[in-house]
Design a protein around this ligand. Structure first.
Ligand code: ZN
Length: 175
């Protein structure tokens, strides 16, 4: 078990556009070890997603795991822990909905972000095999948040109303 340190807003790696991985790299022991560490880290920090730049690796790799069931975001389908290599998303329908987002690299804060709710993602698995997936609703929000990390973006950059940036305690108290 190797829990990595999650870097926080202000660290320059979070603002870089991460580079793509070659199929050889995806198959390498180095990437396998990184993924194993990211899984341990995500579990330790109890997040739903983690992008490689958050552990100071500027490469296009993210993991997401959604428990599913009834949540504060409504009913969600479960997504078992999945590795997304070289992922991109395209917006299928630009109409947006808002959600309170948090980020392990911006601890303690929540911000209200409006994002498109229908996207298509393309990615590779660790064997280099291509996949695509269409996502709706809050799932679309989660994926956009994680994949934005690979382009050096944080959810704060997507906010249009900065009065809706709260500390978690105040959000629980006043909203
Ligand atoms: Zn994040």
């Amino acid at each position: 078990m190797a829990v990595r340190k999650i870097i926080r807003m202000g660290h320059p790696t979070l603002r870089k556009v991460a580079r793509e991985l070659s199929t050889d790299e995806l198959n390498s022991g180095l990437v396998r070890q990184l993924v194993a560490d990211m899984v341990d880290t995500l579990e330790d920090y109890q997040g739903v997603g983690l992008a490689a730049p958050q552990v100071n690796e500027s490469i296009r790799l993210a993991i997401i795991e959604i428990e599913g069931g009834e949540t504060r975001y409504g009913h969600l389908d479960a997504l078992p822990l999945t590795v997304f290599a070289n992922p991109y998303y395209e917006v299928l329908d630009p109409s947006t909905a808002g959600a309170w987002e948090g980020c392990l690299s911006v601890p303690g804060l929540r911000g209200y972000v409006e994002r498109p709710q229908s996207i298509r993602i393309k990615y590779q698995d660790l064997e280099g095999k291509p996949h695509q997936l269409e996502l709706q609703g809050f799932m679309a929000t989660v994926f956009q948040h994680e994949f934005d990390h690979l382009d050096g973006l944080l959810y704060l950059d997507r906010m249009t109303d900065m009065t809706k940036l709260f500390y978690e305690e105040e959000l629980a108290r006043y909203s």
